[in-house]
Design a protein around this ligand. Structure first.
Ligand SMILES: C[C@H](O)[C@H](O)[C@H]1CNC2=NC(N)=NC(=O)C2=N1
Length: 101
């Protein structure tokens, strides 16, 4: 699978307002009510990543979580990243994301 051209990524991002492009990755920054909620969110992402065999870079800082998606094998953003972003958004909508990023 090859990387997507920037216009394609930008179009996709218009449909995923929580995400932005940061270099060769998609990034979404989330804030949760507390640390357990942040960890619970990350725990819910695990099976999605395993099922997709596509794994985000995850950073947890107290109640903030940064999710970065990039296809490491090709060094850029591919449909795999967009597909996983969509599934991660479903977890966010279902969960406890609260407040500004
Ligand atoms: C062997 C295994 O399928 C590969 O290493 C997968 C695992 N998860 C992955 N995740 C991401 N983000 N990029 C990859 O290239 C990738 N490759």
């Amino acid at each position: 699978m090859s990387t997507l051209d920037p216009d394609t990524v930008d179009q996709a991002l218009r449909e995923r307002p929580g995400w932005s492009r940061d270099g060769d990755a998609l990034v979404r920054r989330l804030q949760f009510p507390d640390f357990p909620a942040a960890v619970a969110f990350v725990t819910r992402v695990v099976p999605l990543a395993e099922d997709a065999n596509h794994h985000p870079d995850l950073a947890i800082s107290y109640r903030r979580v940064e999710v970065r998606l990039s296809s490491h094998d090709v060094g850029g953003i591919t449909d795999r990243d967009l597909a996983l972003a969509e599934r991660i958004d479903a977890v966010v909508e279902d969960g406890e994301d609260a407040g500004p990023r």
